[in-house]
Design a protein around this ligand. Structure first.
Ligand code: AMP
Length: 284
């Protein structure tokens, strides 16, 4: 496995990788969620490139950029074990040299949910991923459903800007007890971790009720809000929106939906979601 920390070095190493190329962008502090994406890319492509870059442009001024976990040595070992061929590990000044002045904004999809609480976040994500795509030139790029809004934003960017690659969405990887894996989970104390379980528990309950035929957004949201409010220190949102474009349902759920949650347990911001898809022939 090779590593490169400049654009020129990455391009040179990438040019030697012939055939289909899978790409897995990450911010490091790798866990089984990231590794599942990497292994799938390795299976589906001739070669795989990963990137490890904590992108300052997607963090707000009061967010956890400085304390975001950085475990590069261990990460590289895990990439190697997953079968990655090349890892891009740029510093911030490689990605944003003096004079940097161009941004990518996916307007409507970036507004609701996390966009409301993290102004500029998806602009930072779209900009860095656009740059990474231009540098790496992958055939396929792999993202987790855990960050459902992110993958919608990026798929829209790829479509709108005619980028010649396929966005592949991979299911959320969870701990045995349901907690969605996240680099931020390591901040949780044992008692906070216990309280954080409310998120996956209530999302599973919403899915159960939906599968039994419940279609009332207000009812499902109120179930989420009361359970989350009892355990979390701040609930930023608990919403159900159309999966296709994140718009709201004016009436009952009549199309594939996303139930999504964000908020704080202690000082750790957690997000999670489930998709609600009407099964054909039942309650349709
Ligand atoms: P991050 O390092 O948090 O920016 O995540 C890098 C990629 O890994 C993104 O596409 C995430 O959606 C994905 N990812 C993070 N956590 C999980 C998880 N628990 N399951 C599946 N994918 C994940």
């Amino acid at each position: 496995m090779k590593t490169a920390s400049t654009v020129a070095a990455l391009r040179k190493a990438r040019a030697r990788l012939k055939g289909t190329l899978g790409f897995v962008p990450t911010m490091g502090a790798l866990h089984e969620g990231h590794l599942t994406l990497m292994r799938r890319s390795v299976r589906e492509n001739g070669h795989t490139v990963a990137s490890i870059f904590v992108n300052p442009r997607q963090f707000g001024p009061s967010e956890d950029l400085a304390k975001y976990p950085r475990t590069l040595k261990e990460d590289l070992k895990l990439c190697r074990e997953a079968g990655v061929d090349l890892v891009f590990t740029p510093d911030a000044d490689v990605m944003y040299p003096d004079g940097f002045d161009t941004f990518v904004e996916v307007e409507r999809l970036s507004r609701p949910l996390c966009g409301e609480f993290r102004p500029g976040h998806f602009r930072g994500v779209a900009t860095v991923v656009c740059k990474l795509f231009n540098i790496v030139q992958p055939s396929r790029a792999y993202f987790g459903q855990k960050d459902a809004q992110q993958v919608l934003v990026l798929a829209r960017m790829v479509e709108d800007l005619n980028m010649p690659l396929k966005v592949v969405t991979c299911p959320t990887v969870r701990e045995k007890d349901g907690l969605a894996m996240s680099s931020r989970n390591r901040y949780l104390s044992p008692s906070e971790r216990e309280r954080a379980l409310v998120i996956s528990r209530i999302l599973a309950e919403v899915k159960r009720q939906f599968d039994k035929g419940e279609r009332d957004v207000g009812h499902l949201v109120s179930i989420m809000e009361s359970a989350l409010g009892a355990e979390m220190d701040e609930v930023q949102y608990a919403e159900i929106r159309r999966l296709a474009d994140l718009t709201e349902f004016p009436g009952p759920i009549d199309a594939p939906a996303l139930a999504a949650v964000a908020g704080y347990v202690g000082t750790t911001r957690l997000i999670d979601n489930v998709t609600l898809t009407p099964s054909r022939g039942r309650n349709a």
